[in-house]
Design a protein around this ligand. Structure first.
Ligand code: CP
Length: 309
């Protein structure tokens, strides 16, 4: 039987192309399950999962919880803002206390890059990274590629541009790794101040002109400016950012083809994307969210099958 090459999902960097193919094939099955009248399977009745969120989330938190419940796992939720972390407890102590309640798997979002790797080295549970600072967001990249595959038939050979705040984006890094593993051509586009200095070393094309980037691509993944990770000003004003790096209907109509528009959410309407584009048939933003449940079911199921009781 096929299994993942990893015991944790810490980042796309640790996966190989066979892992991604296996996750997609498993997600295909679960996508069919969640479209049935009874959307639940008993696969993980013996598994307990803790969702630990040390940073805000809407989509990822709800999507993991729904995926776990659809698989019949027992689920406990932890939000740092309402916990004893505020009283000075360390990450390892917090997690070991939770694990002493016989938890098998931990899904964690944390503001510090590397927090999930650190945890996987110190606790005895399978760890899934739900976003660690500006490092990786592996399930987002998997659901993004899965959604491209669904819309365009395949990922291999497609031209994908990631637009915006690449510097502070875990979505960008995980997408670059995932898309390259599947044979896509990847470009990043944004103001120079929001592009990491050595980004070209990752084998991506670099473009600062949005119109040229859109002319090149089949898919544009629009990112939000991540103000919460900024300690200085990176562009003169939001209005000027939007003028140069926001996608709008006129810009899309000026292209000689119809490209696919993606966004990981949350959207800042009128900044990186106008409402008429976000809500158009060209955009697959809600399909991405829908596919997130099937992808997370697949990841959880495949990692749970490696847990030795
Ligand atoms: N895409 C994403 O990670 O969204 P949330 O921050 O709402 O989870």
């Amino acid at each position: 039987m096929s299994e993942l090459s990893v015991n944790h999902l810490l980042g796309i960097k640790d996966l190989n192309s066979r892992d991604i193919q296996l996750i997609f094939e498993t997600a295909d099955h679960f996508k069919e399950v969640i479209n049935r009248p009874i959307k639940k399977v008993p696969s993980l009745r013996d598994i307990t999962i803790a969702n630990l969120f040390f940073e805000n989330s809407t989509r990822t938190k709800l999507s993991f919880e729904l995926a776990e419940k659809r698989l019949s796992a027992d689920v406990i939720n932890f939000s740092a803002s309402q916990s004893s972390v505020k009283k000075g407890e360390t990450l390892i102590d917090t997690v070991n206390n939770i694990l002493s309640m016989k938890v098998d798997m931990v899904v964690m979002r944390h503001p510090n890059p590397g927090a999930c790797v650190f945890l996987s080295q110190h606790v005895n549970a399978s760890i899934i990274n739900a976003g660690d600072g500006a490092h990786e967001h592996p399930t987002q990249a998997l659901l993004d590629s899965y959604s491209i595959r669904e819309r365009l038939g395949k990922v291999q050979g497609k031209n994908v541009v990631i637009v915006g705040d690449i510097l502070h984006s875990r979505v960008a890094l995980s997408n670059i790794f995932a898309l390259q593993l599947q044979g896509a051509n990847v470009m990043v586009c944004g103001p120079k101040t929001l592009l990491p200095k050595y980004i070209d070393k990752l084998g991506v094309k670099v473009e600062t002109n949005l119109k040229k980037a859109l002319e090149w691509c089949d898919v544009a993944n629009m990112l939000r400016v991540q103000n919460e990770r900024m300690d200085m000003t990176y562009f003169p004003s939001t209005r000027e950012y939007t003028q140069q790096y926001g996608v709008n209907r006129a810009l899309l109509n000026s292209l000689d083809k119809e490209i696919t528009i993606m966004h990981p959410g949350p959207i800042n309407r009128g900044v990186e994307i106008t409402s008429d584009v976000a809500d158009s048939k060209q955009a697959i933003i809600l399909e991405q969210v829908q596919n997130g449940v099937a992808i997370r079911m697949a990841v959880i199921y495949l990692l749970a099958s490696k847990i030795k009781h």
